[in-house]
Design a protein around this ligand. Sequence first.
Ligand SMILES: Cc1ncc(COP(=O)(O)O)c(C=O)c1O
Length: 465
Amino acid sequence: MEKQLEILTKAVTTWLAEERPVVQAPAAQELAAQLDVSLGEQGADWPTLEAAVRNYLHYNPDAAQPDFFKLLYSGRNDAALLGDWITSLSNATMHTYQVGPVATLMELELIRQWNRLVGFDDTSEGVMVAGGSQANLIGMMLARHHVCPDYKTRGSQGQTLVAYVSDQAHYSAQKAANVLGIGTDNLIAVATDEQGRMCPDALTAEINASIANGHVPFFIGLTAGTTVTGAFDPVAACSKIAKAHNIWLHIDGAWGAPVLFSQQHRHLLADSHLADSVAWDAHKLMNVPITAAVILVKHAGALTACCSGGGGDYLFHADENAAYNLGERSIQCGRRADALKVWLSWKALGNQGFAAKIDHLQAMRATCVEHIGASSQLELLADASYLNVLFRFNPGTGLTEAQLRTLNIEICKIMMRSGGPYVDYAQYKGRTGIRLILANGEVNAGHIERLMAKVERVGDELSAM
Ligand SMILES: Cc1ncc(COP(=O)(O)O)c(C=O)c1O
């Protein structure tokens, strides 16, 4: 153990002390030519492993820096990092209480707290999962089980089930329709309004069309915080439609659900209690190392009814701990004890710590919007009500949409090659812009000013060519 600890301590202290750009990896083929990542018959010594660790850290983007605006996570969470290390040290697994006793109690407490934030009562349940995509998959699976409990054992029996998400929903809905045998053609992308929110009237029309075709509507997947623009679908209106047709209502809150911590901004996800299930990622806005996520379910027993099967002959013993064995609620067998890192960070920050972070980032969002509004060369491409700001550089010289797309993609590439700030481009309703994500609680107005100034400078230089 001594050698690993020595390498770990050195790697961590060097990493923390070092000044480096937020992004510095060359393109894949160039890096592949530079690095030796080959494996072979002979084992290697510690110095070789230490060099590999150094390279790994050197080339990975530094997602902890405030200049990392590229994805829906950023920053360092020291309590959670400690939890991640300890989790690997003790290597618990979460199918039974016996092999993860404290982690099981922590996971149950987390689920109770998350359910309270959503507005579910203490009889509601949940299970931690390997990311929002898996949470959405299980949400759809619960919906399938709700409308058609035989599907689990007998398959589709000739029925065509139809699922509805907005045209701004995350692609995990497609994965889920694929994995569950629904068929991606039976996943309907419902039209959204200008703000990227699902239109309830369009949802009703799609459901009626499915019924007219003899199909069975079974799943409405709303998004709380869409991936590109951060839009929140209207829960109350869609809940009425779901109830009228006995359709399961799921909310993908992978990105947006943490807004519920904030008294000031939780109105964005008002009525979350009307859902049957909610996906929530702790590895996005709660800033816990990847992966940490949960599926929350209003109806006690629904997860076990839907997910269980097998394992009773050797694993899930009917002993005094049986009620604490979480494995039958899950689609996994071995499952990492992600609860510890989330629990430690929640314990360290309290609900108020997360609320303060969200309130601060919302203030930074207002700063971005103000800056864009005051610039003659920057324009917002979508309403920014949450922590996504989609904007573009437009020199106002009559460029076509295609030319503006090329220009803004080039701005992102140049910013990345020059070491940051690190942003990405995205498309929304036919227009391409720069997507800035506010996920790092250390971002201040200075970071925003620097980023906007660089976009304008690079944009000016490219436009002058
Ligand atoms: C709205 C939304 N849902 C689900 C996901 C998938 O989450 P994960 O990456 O944890 O699987 C994402 C990822 O960005 C997302 O933005």
